[in-house]
Design a protein around this ligand. Structure first.
Ligand code: PLP
Length: 450
């Protein structure tokens, strides 16, 4: 490894970073993280902080899980790569597919298609949903509906169903046939509706109206996150996903639950759909599937979908889609070890308890600091704080103040994530009570110093 001077000198000079302006990165080079242990990250200047973001909502088991590290190391020596394209497989892929299937059997999931990450998983689900309808002799079902504020990754399909225009505008035109419904976002919505249950009813009515307008026979699937993550941690009413499920059923539309963040315990249940008492037709997974120790994702299909593909006799059910690294043996070894650890540690139970603690703590901060306009969470370890410079007008806080808040909180001991004028938190699910208190203390100091 080159020395610190070399690293600082070359920082951002040869590397374009995702989700940022290359010019900004040159002007303000990114923080260089050099190490991590437990729930702490360390930077090149010797600062340490609790990782209140869990990497990017992904390091569910923290940075020191030796069983996953050992499984990866062993697999690198046993078989570092083998193709999983039809006709070839590897032992870890077989074991990992069963482990994932078992984890989501209660959600009605029956088959697993491995990918390299969340965007791939979304792409896979969107494509297979169209193919499913073609196989059922409904080839006109090609359109997708989704929610504003939703985030579904950055492939063209995922970006087309994304509901935040900053991920769309520069890359337009996107895929035709994608339509968006309002988000269940009580703080800001076109109806000025602050009651979550009433807002859920209004969106359901718009969903049904849109289906009738488009023609149900043209719609393949509706995709949603059980709790919208990157859009600002938008927690819908408990009735919302069920209402959407019922409408999907009424009109023969598949429901895709994008569980890239909410899967594997983050909501206090093993899946977000289960948290709301819903069984989707497909699920998109990534992140917690390996706790980010290796890039892996998966799209899951229900028995109903599996049957249509597997019983096809026309040859049209061939899946001519997939990735070089689908079911990569090292990734699959990471999945097996990660899921064993996730179950052993029962991370969903800790996520529920620590999530309540963090949410109660930020409520107290909201009483103390006027710039906290809205706080969202209370369903596991996903918390969003919307920062405004005027509570009455809800004017979003400017970027410079947000950057100061971020830096001051880091210096006080917690790394949080900014999503525009939102502070987002999704710490590792193994975090302790004392460490959650540490995040709250750091946030308090951060707010006191802006
Ligand atoms: C709900 C959701 N779907 C899809 C993605 C895309 O995943 P990836 O960044 O692994 O491609 C993300 C990423 O944060 C996500 O939050």
């Amino acid at each position: 490894m080159k020395d610190d001077n070399f690293l600082k000198e070359n920082n951002a000079r040869h590397l374009w970073h995702p989700m940022g302006h290359p010019g900004d990165s040159l002007e303000t080079p990114p923080r260089i993280i050099t190490g991590a242990e437990g729930v702490y990250v360390h930077d090149i200047d010797g600062h340490s902080a609790i990782d209140a973001v869990g990497g990017l909502w992904c390091v569910n088991l923290g940075y020191s899980n030796n069983p996953i590290k050992d499984a990866i190391a062993k697999q690198l020596y046993d078989l570092p790569y083998s193709s999983n394209f039809a006709g070839s497989t590897n032992p870890c892929a077989i074991e990992a597919s069963l482990a994932v299937r078992n984890m989501f059997a209660e959600d009605g999931m029956a088959r697993v298609f491995f990918t390299s990450g969340g965007s791939d998983s979304v792409e896979t689900a969107l494509r297979l949903s169209r193919q499913y309808h073609r196989l059922r002799k409904e080839p006109t079902r090609t359109k997708f509906l989704s929610l504003k504020k939703g985030y579904h990754g950055t492939h063209f399909g995922g970006a087309s169903v994304n509901g935040n225009n900053r991920f769309r505008i520069n890359y337009e035109p996107l895929m035709p046939g994608c339509f968006h419904l309002p988000s269940p976002y009580t703080y800001r919505n076109p109806f000025d509706e602050t009651d979550p249950a009433a807002l859920a009813q209004k969106i359901a009515a718009i969903f049904e109206d849109e289906i009738l307008f488009q023609g149900a026979q043209t719609i393949a699937a509706f995709i949603m996150e059980p709790i919208q993550g990157a859009g600002g941690v938008i927690v819908p009413d408990a009735s919302f996903m069920k209402l959407m499920r019922d409408i999907c059923d009424k009109y023969g539309i598949l429901m895709i639950s994008d569980e890239v963040i909410t899967g594997f315990g983050r909501t206090g249940d093993w899946s977000g759909a289960r948290h709301w008492g819903v069984k989707p037709d497909m699920m998109c997974l990534a992140k917690g599937i390996t706790s980010a120790y290796f890039p892996v994702g998966a799209a899951l299909m229900s028995e109903k979908i599996a049957e249509v593909f597997e019983k096809d006799t026309t040859g049209e059910a061939g899946i001519y889609h997939g990735y070089t690294y689908s079911a990569h043996p090292v990734g699959a070894a990471a999945v097996v070890a990660c899921l064993q650890e996730t179950l052993r540690l029962d991370t969903k139970t800790n996520a529920a308890a620590r999530g309540t603690q963090l949410f109660e703590g930020v409520k107290k901060l909201a009483d103390k600091y006027d710039i906290i306009g809205d706080i969202r969470g209370g369903e596991g370890l996903m918390i969003g704080l919307e920062i405004v410079n005027d509570k009455a007008t809800k004017t979003p806080m400017d970027g410079a103040t947000m950057a100061r808040l971020h830096q001051a909180t880091f210096e006080a001991g917690a790394l949080v994530r900014l999503g525009m004028h939102n502070v987002l938190m999704s710490p590792p699910l193994v975090i302790t009570e004392a460490e959650v208190d540490g995040i709250l203390t750091a946030l308090d100091r951060g707010f006191a110093n802006v």
